[in-house]
Design a protein around this ligand. Structure first.
Ligand code: XIL
Length: 297
């Protein structure tokens, strides 16, 4: 195959990218999007601040533009993200306790219902675990509503859209470490108690090679009975092409690794300004990292 999406599809996988609605008028961008990718994530447009700018007033304009562009070009969509401690609207940032819990669950229900039947997988909860050695949850107003907020969100999402896979998504989870193990223990607990969870997303914002146990870490989650997905891949550093190959081969070696999404198309589209961590140059040319990925798929 000669494109990322077609090459990934040969093994039943997808190859996706984050998309910004504001770039859908850029012809170079849209040509690469339509040619190379068969999965799309809204970079910001489905987040809480975008979709519910005022409590109970929903705005799906940006998310719908991205979804409609994707679907009309034969691509699937990952929903990102129903609950995250960042990019909360100001009104939610100022809330706490049972009032906030009610607003959180209403948000999950409303957004998942709006997109019902149209989303391949939702990042139901994003970045809820702490960095460092604790293996525990990150402090946030969401967490302070009670430790059961994550399972409550997954149950609400399942009720609203039974057809979407439901993922937990985080970063700094690339190897076996206290943070990834904390998430692993949560997923194992959810599976044992019947809390609906179908997938774990590994953002994989990297510099050069991932940890040596990257594939083994993906595999231990897969062995819990969930799909694993590489959800926001971007790689800085002077060994970039090699590292992209290593990550791609790891996904290919794990049967339950459903696909890879890069967090943007061209280096100029990246949120990591100046690090040039993506597969295409600012002018849309394929980089050595592109070839490394295509060869590994
Ligand atoms: C980033 C976007 O790329 C930026 O445009 C925005 O300003 C901040 O968020 N983890 C995530 C993504 O889950 O939603 C973040 O996206 C990058 C880190």
């Amino acid at each position: 195959a000669t494109t990322l999406g077609a090459a990934a599809a040969q093994s039943g996988r997808y190859f996706g990218t984050a998309v910004a609605a504001s770039k859908l008028g850029d012809q170079t961008y849209v040509n690469l999007l339509n040619t190379e990718f068969n999965m799309v994530t809204a970079e910001n447009e489905m987040k809480w601040d975008a979709t519910e700018p005022n409590r109970g007033q929903f705005n799906y304009s940006g998310g719908d533009r991205i979804l409609n562009q994707a679907v009309s070009n034969g691509k699937r969509v990952r929903g990102h993200a129903l609950l995250w401690y960042q990019q909360e609207p100001g009104w939610a940032q100022r809330m706490e306790g049972s009032d906030l819990r009610q607003a959180m669950m209403n948000h999950v229900t409303q957004v998942a219902t709006h997109y019902k039947g149209k989303i391949y997988a939702w990042d139901v909860v994003n970045e809820a675990f702490a960095d460092g050695g604790s293996g525990g949850r990150r402090d946030s107003n969401l967490q302070r509503t009670g430790n059961d907020w994550i399972e409550a969100a997954f149950r609400a999402a399942r009720a609203a859209d039974p057809g979407a896979k439901l993922c937990y998504n985080d970063y700094n989870t690339d190897g076996v470490n206290p943070k990834s193990t904390g998430i692993y223990n949560m997923v194992r607990d959810f599976k044992s108690r019947g809390v609906p969870i179908d997938c774990v997303g590994f953002q994989s914002h990297l510099t050069n090679n991932p940890p040596g146990d990257y594939q083994a870490n993906l595999q231990r989650f897969a062995d819990l009975g969930v799909e694993v997905q590489i959800t926001e891949l971007d790689i800085a550093g002077n060994q970039q092409a090699n590292a992209y190959g290593v990550v791609t081969k790891a996904c290919m070696a794990v049967r339950a690794c459903a696909g890879i999404t890069t967090w943007g198309i061209r280096d100029t589209d990246s949120w990591r300004g100046g690090e040039n961590p993506l597969l295409f140059t600012g002018s849309g040319a394929k980089k050595p990292a592109y070839t490394a990925v295509l060869d590994a798929l």
